[in-house]
Design a protein around this ligand. Structure first.
Ligand SMILES: C[S@@+](CC[C@H](N)C(=O)[O-])C[C@H]1O[C@@H](n2cnc3c(N)ncnc32)[C@H](O)[C@@H]1O
Length: 229
């Protein structure tokens, strides 16, 4: 099933992300506008529920790559917890700050986060890791773990036929690169092969139309089984 070449480079450029969020401001890109709309009206609520469920009891959350903060707003309303987000793209950071007034939104890099060790109960990211190369992924995953006390929760694109079709149409038919085009796809098997020995819980998500899956890990397990490359 997983014969897609995983070494394919990913476009994770500031320009790509800036244009993705320009669409949220209604400036361009019907596909991106549809994604932002779907996030706003449906997925953000579902994802907030999943994080609260999968992360376990928590009084503080950190979202890495928070974007325009649609999910963290719901999570804060749902749990009343202290919620913090970190984001690298200035346009997304501005959107997030304006949107998530009850949360702390920080402009910064997931590779080297300005937070002390173990400063949040749960550290999570939604649609982040799949945009990076293996050495960067190891660094980002270890930074999630370094800042977490109880759990690290990742939402990732699953290796399903319809997800492959969407990416193929976008990349091969429309010549698109970056988000919704050259992501790495995940399954429980792929995660086992990628991080041998790392204990994790894998969960598909059909209410998310099979467009998202979840991996839950303990911070100490990540630091033991995911070495820097
Ligand atoms: C697919 S978006 C997801 C945004 C948000 N989590 C959501 O669910 O809508 C990935 C986000 O990661 C941000 N990002 C990419 N590289 C980053 C880095 N090195 N540090 C922090 N954020 C980064 C991008 O700007 C983008 O906002």
């Amino acid at each position: 099933m997983n014969d897609r070449p995983q070494t394919k480079r990913h476009n994770n450029s500031p320009e790509m992300w800036d244009s993705y969020y320009a669409a949220e401001e209604g400036q361009k890109g019907w596909f991106d506008r549809m994604i932002h709309w779907g996030r706003e009206v449906y997925f953000s609520k579902l994802f907030a529920k999943r994080i609260a469920e999968l992360g376990g009891p928590a009084t503080s959350y950190l979202e890495v790559g928070v974007g325009s903060a649609q999910t963290i707003v719901r999570l804060q309303q749902m749990t009343g917890a202290k919620c913090t987000g970190i984001e690298k793209t200035p346009r997304a950071y501005e959107l997030g700050k304006a949107h998530a007034t009850a949360c702390e939104i920080v402009l910064g890099d997931a590779m080297a986060m300005p937070f002390p060790d173990a400063s949040f109960d749960v550290v999570y990211s939604l649609g982040l890791l799949e945009h990076f190369e293996p050495d960067e992924q190891a660094r980002i995953l270890r930074e999630h773990a370094r800042c977490a006390r109880n759990a690290v929760v990742l939402e990732l694109p699953p290796d399903t036929p319809h997800m492959r079709l969407i990416l193929w149409v976008n990349s091969c038919f429309f010549g698109r690169t970056g988000v919704w085009a050259d992501e790495e796809l995940f399954s429980a098997r792929h995660t086992r092969e990628k991080y041998p020995g790392l204990p994790f819980r894998f969960r598909s998500d059909w209410p998310a139309l099979g467009l998202g899956c979840w991996i839950v890990m303990k911070p100490e397990d990540i630091l033991r089984h995911v070495p820097l490359i």
